[in-house]
Design a protein. Structure first.
Length: 310
């Protein structure tokens, strides 16, 4: 979570942004030996759709539903606190339930119809970090009462910023007070670094895995047959020609060709399977820590339920 008035950036979106900037690539890593081997490149009934797919790490990242309840509760708590100071302010809370899952767009375009309309550009507006409407209009006193920092569960809260109209401002302001309520009992209200690290490293390792490289090679040959020269889907999505306000005709043609080649060789099937294997291995290696992460999410979710009456 970022400061009040801003919204959280999901790790799915972070990976999309990193991928677009060429940041989701990495050196080769040895594949975990556990688990079934992913399918070899094949023309046998590939499953390009990503809507039904769920990565193992998603059990340890806040889901759209969890994010939504926690943010609504946080907004409610902050608003009530501000009213104690006779200040009228309710933080902007986007509809997190509209956020896509971790796999959506993770491997680039996978739907021919969507690619034919949007190319490599986002299908719809994503929830991204930014200042909420009206936040800039807050007075200095309102900002002081509101606060903005978020202390991790168990951390020493910041000192009180004094008083306002004779009322002592809580440590960390109204935001700090709200966060302490939601993190009471060990709750966490932002994605844990351990889960984020697994989510990013698995993408990097899977993209460099020999099994994924094999389907990339088949995909690349298919693309050349369609007059597009890209070694990998990452290279295609990072083509600087696509850094425009909207999709061009060449971009759409490339995106459509990419989807067709992915479907022909089951690229997403293999890539998802390999990445899932890496994630399962990493989660097992950090089992105790990841169990604490899951418990923290559950605690915050229940704390939020008590606030919003769900």
């Amino acid at each position: 979570m970022v400061s009040v008035g801003s919204v959280r950036v999901s790790t799915a979106l972070l990976c999309m942004l990193a991928l677009g900037a060429g940041g989701c690539t990495g050196a080769a890593h040895e594949a975990p030996a556990s688990g079934a081997e992913p399918a070899e490149p094949s023309k046998a009934s590939p499953s390009p759709d990503t809507a039904h797919r769920r990565l193992p790490v998603e059990d340890y990242l806040m889901s759209p539903t969890e994010n939504d309840r926690v943010e609504r509760a946080r907004s409610t708590l902050i608003s009530a606190c501000m009213k104690r100071f006779t200040l009228d302010f309710t933080p902007y809370t986007p509809d997190y339930t509209k956020m896509a899952g971790q796999v959506s767009n993770r491997y680039g375009p996978t739907d021919t119809k969507v690619a034919a309309t949007h190319g490599y550009h986002p299908e719809r507006e994503q929830i991204a970090e930014g200042e909420a409407p009206g936040q800039k209009a807050l007075s200095a006193d309102m900002r002081r009462v509101l606060g903005s920092s978020i202390a991790p569960a168990g951390a020493t809260p910041p000192e009180s910023p004094g008083s306002y109209r004779g009322i002592r401002i809580p440590a960390g302001g109204c935001a700090g007070e709200a966060d302490r309520t939601l993190t009471s009992g060990g709750g966490i209200i932002q994605d844990a670094e351990a889960a984020i690290a697994i989510n990013f490293s698995s993408f990097e390792k899977s993209a460099a895995d020999p099994r994924v490289k094999k389907v990339f090679a088949a995909w690349s040959t298919c693309m050349r047959e369609k007059n597009f020269s890209y070694a990998t889907p990452l290279e295609a999505i990072n083509d600087p020609r696509w850094k425009t306000d909207g999709p061009s005709a060449p971009e759409i043609a490339a995106a459509v060709a990419e989807v067709e080649c992915k479907q022909r060789y089951g690229v997403v099937d293999v890539w998802f399977s390999v990445e899932s294997t890496y994630q399962r291995a990493d989660i097992t290696a950090e089992a105790k820590r990841m169990a604490q992460v899951r418990k923290g999410i559950d605690v915050a979710f229940e704390n939020a339920a008590a606030v919003v009456g769900e």
